[in-house]
Ligand binder design. Structure first.
Ligand code: ADE
Length: 241
């Protein structure tokens, strides 16, 4: 899977090439390319922003360099890949969206700065408007990195242990159960005895119960959805995706 990140601050995004994502890039499962929008300006002073018509605070990124940066990617890959614009005005990013995007071969992220981007180029190239939550950041780079990380781990081969994909928070609609490693006792706190029992059925039951309790307490919204889904499944087996 190939990610192309269109940005005015490529240095912010380069740090992605570390840890699990870095390993997946090395192994050839992913490629992450940053495209500096400023490289595409036709302005003799290298400017990429200007005042908004009608007045108002701040500067806007101009259409031309953004469009040309996208076109350069499109020409190189020989198609017009999906283009995600990171904006608080978008749909809120979810695990289901990460799974869906992971099926694409090429994905472009457009990172805005200043007060935004000229609407006309958004209409021309953007296919998806995505937010990472109801708060406002100074630019789209951090949201793009969040999305690349979440999407990457859904790409086959990126996670070595298939289990970690299957059993984690949100994959089954519940939060993950608590985990423990050595020592058996730390600061007077003991590892729950069932985990030391070697009894696989009891361990699985305990983890399920912990996941449910944790979801109920910490994410009542997810718990309600989980209950509704379970009800739907008993009525119409297999109907829920
Ligand atoms: N740009 C600024 N804030 C953002 C947010 N919350 N999500 C996505 N892009 C953004």
């Amino acid at each position: 899977m190939n990610f192309y990140i269109l940005t005015l601050f490529p240095d912010m995004v380069r740090e992605l090439n570390t840890s699990i994502i870095g390993r997946a890039v090395q192994a050839g499962h992913l490629a992450i390319e940053t495209v500096n929008i400023r490289d595409y300006t036709l302005d003799k002073h290298n400017r990429v922003d200007d005042y908004p018509y009608g007045g108002g605070a701040g500067m806007l990124m101009q259409a031309q360099p953004v469009y040309d940066a996208y076109q350069a990617v499109a020409e190189r890959v020989g198609s017009r890949p999906r283009c995600i614009y990171l904006t608080p005005q978008g749909s809120t990013f979810t695990q289901a969206m990460a799974r869906e995007y992971a099926r694409e071969t090429d994905l472009v992220f457009l990172c805005g700065h200043y007060e935004g981007i000229d609407e006309r180029v958004l209409e021309e190239i953007v296919t998806d408007y995505v937010s990472i939550g109801d708060y406002v950041l100074t630019g789209g780079e951090l949201p793009a990195m969040v999305m690349v990380d979440a999407i990457s781990r859904m790409v086959p081969g990126v996670l070595t242990n298939q289990e970690s994909g299957d059993f984690e928070s949100f994959e089954n609609g519940l939060l993950e159960y608590p985990q423990y490693s050595r020592p058996e006792e730390w600061m007077g706190r003991k590892v729950p005895p069932v985990l030391l029992s070697g009894h696989h059925k009891n361990i699985a039951d305990w983890r399920q119960q912990q996941s449910e309790q944790r979801t109920k307490e910490r994410r009542p919204d997810l718990w309600q959805r989980y209950l509704q889904r379970r009800q739907g499944e008993t009525k119409e087996p297999g109907s829920f995706k």
